[in-house]
Design a protein around this ligand. Structure first.
Ligand code: DAS
Length: 334
């Protein structure tokens, strides 16, 4: 019987890094080399390997991901059962989120990498790649959107975060945990996120840079006027706690919000931004009244990418506001 087809796109990162005589390891291995290093893959799928980029993941851009999303759709339309992306783990939570929003297909899109490079004892790249191929051909993972697979766990793109600099168990999903796992070569999905969020970009999409500013103790906001001067098209604010900033900064934020979308997220990394609890100057109610847009449950990294893609899609201020609100369009128990 013919094996299912999987397209593997390699982008570099630790999973492909070897000692090339420099100061440390660097991405060198091609997609083909990664695949041929794991003979078990040939039993699970017929793989075509595409060396899409060869870099540390901090070199990737949204433009790269727009191109990658379109190539993934092409491969799926040509008959691939799923796609696997291998890349550096540093930005996986961002790339997986973008692919989740842009790839408009039911087939699995799996993003993976490694925490231990191939020169180290216990390198995890081969096991992660094999598990990702198994997820990419699994019926259980269809219609799940983009997922991140490492350490035998399956994480939905919208929830996943890198939480540790070196531990192979670095990926965690807040607030729900992984949506599934791989055991004895079998992927299991036990949780499905509610709803899918999609963004359709025009063919001639242009970069719309969005800044991210994290508020800190004693922050006087002196960087804020630079956001407009530096040509940003939008700003995401990672505010304190439930959505608060020092009062000295509110005029600058209001001024910016009159000129570009300014999204109110929280730096805490968990929970929804508040809407109606506190009333002091610089509180969430004050900032929303001053024109900031509510990020809902999205953290700063994901809110930044969501806004950047909405701006590329030509969304109006009202559409941006409604799109962020739609992340909370889930059944509420009465
Ligand atoms: N080399 C880093 C990166 O490209 C780290 C990694 O791959 O894990 O993101």
């Amino acid at each position: 019987m013919a094996l299912p087809r999987v397209a593997v796109f390699s982008l570099g990162g630790t999973i492909s890094s070897t000692d090339s005589g420099g100061k440390g390891v660097e991405p060198t291995l091609t997609g083909e080399a990664l695949v041929s290093d794991v003979p078990e893959i040939a039993e699970a799928a017929e793989v075509s390997a595409i060396s899409f980029r060869q870099a540390a993941s901090g070199e990737l851009t949204v433009d790269d991901l727009v191109e990658l999303a379109s190539e993934i759709e092409d491969r799926i339309d040509e008959g691939a059962s799923g796609a696997v992306v291998t890349q550096g783990t540093d930005t996986i939570e961002e790339t997986a989120f973008v692919l989740d929003l842009l790839v408009d297909r039911d087939a699995p899109v799996v993003v993976t990498g490694a925490m231990r490079n191939p020169t180290l004892a216990g390198a995890d790249g081969p096991a992660n790649l094999l598990a990702s191929i198994q997820v990419a051909v699994s019926e259980a993972t269809r219609e799940l959107g983009a997922v991140v697979v490492l350490n035998d766990e399956i994480h939905a793109a919208r929830f996943v975060r890198k939480t540790h600099t070196s531990n192979p168990a670095t990926f965690r999903s807040y607030p729900v945990g992984p949506v599934g796992w791989i055991s004895e070569d079998v992927p299991r999905v036990v949780v499905r996120p509610v709803g899918r969020h999609k963004i359709t970009l025009p063919g001639d999409t242009q970069d719309r840079p969005v800044a991210l500013h994290t508020f800190t103790l004693g922050d006087d906001g002196r960087l804020l006027p630079e956001i407009e001067r530096q040509g940003y098209a939008g700003l995401v604010v990672e505010a304190l706690g439930g959505g608060h900033v020092p009062s000295i900064t509110v005029d600058a934020l209001e001024d910016l919000a009159a000129k570009m979308p300014v999204i109110l997220a929280s730096r805490t990394g968990g929970g929804e931004v508040l809407r109606s609890t506190y009333g002091f100057i610089g509180s969430e109610t004050d900032l929303l009244e001053r024109g900031l847009i509510y990020a809902g449950p999205l953290d700063g990294l994901k809110a930044r990418l969501y806004l950047a893609l909405l701006l590329r899609a030509g969304a109006t201020r009202e559409e941006i506001r409604n799109s962020f609100d739609s992340w909370l369009d889930v059944p509420v128990s009465s």
